[in-house]
Design a protein around this ligand. Sequence first.
Ligand SMILES: [Zn+2]
Length: 261
Amino acid sequence: MSQPTSVPVSVIADTIVRTVELGVTITGAALDGDTTVVFCDLVDRGAQRCPGCGEAGVYRDTVERRVTDVPVAGHPLRLRVKVRRYRCMTASCERVVFSADSRRLARPAATTTRRCARCVLRRLVVDRTTVSAVARELGRSWDTADTIAMQAAQDLLAEAGPARLGGVRVIGVDEHRWAHTRHADGDGFVTVIVDLTPVVDRSGPARLLDLVAGRSAKAMTGWLAAQTPQFRDAVEVVAMDGFGGYKKDLSDGLCNKILLS
Ligand SMILES: [Zn+2]
């Protein structure tokens, strides 16, 4: 690790603009090989309250949270964020120490920012980038990139809840070669199942329904069998050739919205 040095102003400016949504302010930057390291503080939100009892805590110490963010100018970006920790002084509270709220930055215990996780998913599912290439972009391992993508998909589906299966009439199925060389579940293939109903109705973007290990025909058969009879009855079209006839609609800017809606 080199000492903080100057990096191109454009890179800093870009990063500064984007830090607003992460809830951090930049205190410094350094280059570590190919990786840009940005040092940050959490934006101060006043007295931090204990998640256990709701009382204000007393400052204890500061730790560093390290997360990977969306690459900047083609280089991996690592954030090192100072997070203050507090002691809970309520005798009856089970919580002894708690950290300042950094959930805007990343999920609890996650090693990538939320937007980075969504970006990884988009690169893999929409841009059809390989896991290896995404791992390189992030400066992380293959396994980490794979885990980030799967977790991001699960988060997205959990956020949408069971309602995501309502009103689905047209399904698009697209298989991706997730892994080229290494052994993986489903022979390295992942099947992406998308609800194209809003695209057909011209009411909105396609929505992710699920990611399933394995090749499309078998994965889709198994996935449909696991759904309710009512769901299967409502489905009128399953487009097995990727996003086939809907490609034009998808390329009209809808691709980027598939996973984020
Ligand atoms: Zn407490």
